[in-house]
Design a protein. Sequence first.
Length: 202
Amino acid sequence: MILENLEYTHQKDSVTVIVTGDHGFTQGQYRLHPNALLANNGMLSEQPGGDWQACFNSLGAAAYMYVNPSLTSKQKSHCIEKVRKILSEQPDTVKALYKILSNEEIKAVKGDPTAALCLAPVSGVGCSNNRKGEFITDFKGGLHGYVYLPDTKAYAPTSLIIHGNIDRSTIERFFSTPDTIQQTSIAPMILRIMEMENPQSK
């Protein structure tokens, strides 16, 4: 209907139509509950508003960990190392389901620079904000909010449809792999197509 309307109003050759989504979904199998792990180890109260040293905030799949800002630098470092130790002591079958990213690694993948750690699960595994129960449970449903890493290749794909008189090479320069583009590249690509300056390019 959109293309028919453009043709009817004689704008078909001067308008570029882009259809995409804010995120996709991938089928889930397991869910991790890192806050339950913290609560079970005395680092986080089971109820919001209580005492806490560290707390994870889930994006749906990945989860960022933040440290209580009232802690001293030494206490913060100890807290982060304690969480790393807890996660590293999980069974190998469980550890295979996620990667632990440091603050520097988070910054490298354009994640939240204020987070101390990131629990980045593989495809089919997500994180919750639950503070009670087991660390890992079965899960059936859709997941999104992954941190894409070359070794895990975890992501939730969505469609990208572009219609218009555009040189394909203009679009392909934003491809991370053949016929695949990261969502963070969509806005810069649109600016390039429209020959507009990217204010973040400086």
